[in-house]
Design a binder for this molecule. Structure first.
Ligand code: SAM
Length: 321
């Protein structure tokens, strides 16, 4: 349940300093509305339902100057991701210190504390969590950014996303292998819907990208439908040339009955996004990471399952906004 979840009053109250100590602004007079130190830059990438953090770890060296955060509803899983990142940072710091030691006497090494004691916190950790890296080991190779640019927060992203991120703050949002909630009566729990997509549009900057991947074919069509790629009222806005996709993304009578507001919501959301072409995605390293380095992506690959990718670009705000 959500009772233990804490949300900042506003993005200006958010304490990011404890998450990204390497990016704290050296000017001590710069503080947030909650009195914590400000960073030299904003968090720009959010991984919604980050699970064990594979995407963040894969992206860390791809975008070493970009601050990225995973949002995860399960307490133990969030604690695990923080411990995993802290251990990776320590391994990197050891390697840096070792190369420093080779050139200079008396180096100081400051170890990133593990956020929460992994063993106690992770009692109920799902069995499929990857083994935690040993924070006392030295990394074999230096990773650009040394994992200082990634962290995780426990949050229910269906609630209060705009309390974490300001209007137009994010340049990328990832939603990788969201829980499918197969049953129709459970569809409201899906983290892609026209109302949530409107929130994603609010926090994404124009030109920013929202990445989705799923192994559930029906969910892929749900995604296309809820970003307005295909809507039976608006054939002119089809942005996929794949006819099977178009056919399957059609709004069904069942959908319409399920939520009458949904379709008018889709009509608004579709003004805010366009689908990114396959050619563009083929060149995007983030898509490779999303396919190959998420824990779910690995699991699906082991089972020879399918992976459906759809990425949407946030368009400039229309006149009505
Ligand atoms: N994205 C990861 C991956 O691809 O390996 C994990 C995918 S897992 C199937 C879905 C994750 O979303 C779970 O870790 C779950 O706890 C999390 N989740 C589900 N609903 C959520 C919500 N409302 N807010 C935040 N996280 C959520």
């Amino acid at each position: 349940s959500d009772y233990a979840l804490e949300y900042p009053l506003s993005p200006a109250h958010m304490d990011w300093a404890s998450h990204y100590p390497a990016f704290v602004d050296p000017d001590t007079s710069k503080v947030t509305l909650s009195g914590t130190r400000k960073l030299v830059k904003d968090v720009e990438v959010a991984d919604i339902g980050c699970g064990f953090g594979g995407l963040l770890i894969g992206l860390a060296p791809v975008l070493p100057e970009t601050l990225m955060v995973g949002l995860e509803i399960r307490n133990q899983v969030t604690a695990y991701v923080k411990d995993r990142v802290a251990a990776l940072r320590n391994q990197q710091a050891r390697l840096r210190a070792a190369s420093f030691l080779a050139s200079t006497p008396n180096p100081t090494t400051e170890e990133t504390p593990l956020f929460e004691n992994g063993k106690d916190q992770n009692q109920d950790l799902p069995e499929d969590a990857p083994a935690l890296p040993d924070s006392k080991q030295t990394a074999k190779t230096l990773i650009p950014g040394g994992y200082q640019n990634i962290s995780a927060i426990r949050a229910n992203t269906m609630k209060f996303l705009p309390r974490f991120f300001a209007h137009h703050q994010l340049s990328k949002i990832f939603i990788c292998f969201p829980d499918p909630h197969f049953k129709t009566r459970k569809h409201r729990q899906r983290i892609i819907s026209s109302s949530l997509n409107a929130e994603y549009a609010f926090v994404l900057k124009p030109g920013g990208l929202l990445y989705t991947i799923t192994d559930v074919e029906e969910y892929h069509y749900w995604v296309l439908r809820h970003f307005g790629v295909y809507n039976h009222d608006h054939h002119d806005k089809e942005t996929t040339t794949n006819t099977t996709e178009m056919e399957n993304a059609k709004v069904t009578e069942e959908d319409e009955e399920e939520d009458e507001d949904e379709n008018s919501g889709v009509a608004r959301v579709r003004e805010l996004f366009e689908r990114v072409s396959d050619e563009e995605l083929a060149k995007d390293e983030c898509v490779r990471v999303m396919r190959e380095e998420t824990e779910e992506g690995k699991k699906v690959a082991r089972n020879n399952g399918p992976k459906f990718v759809a990425v949407f670009r946030r368009l400039p705000d229309p006149e009505w906004s």
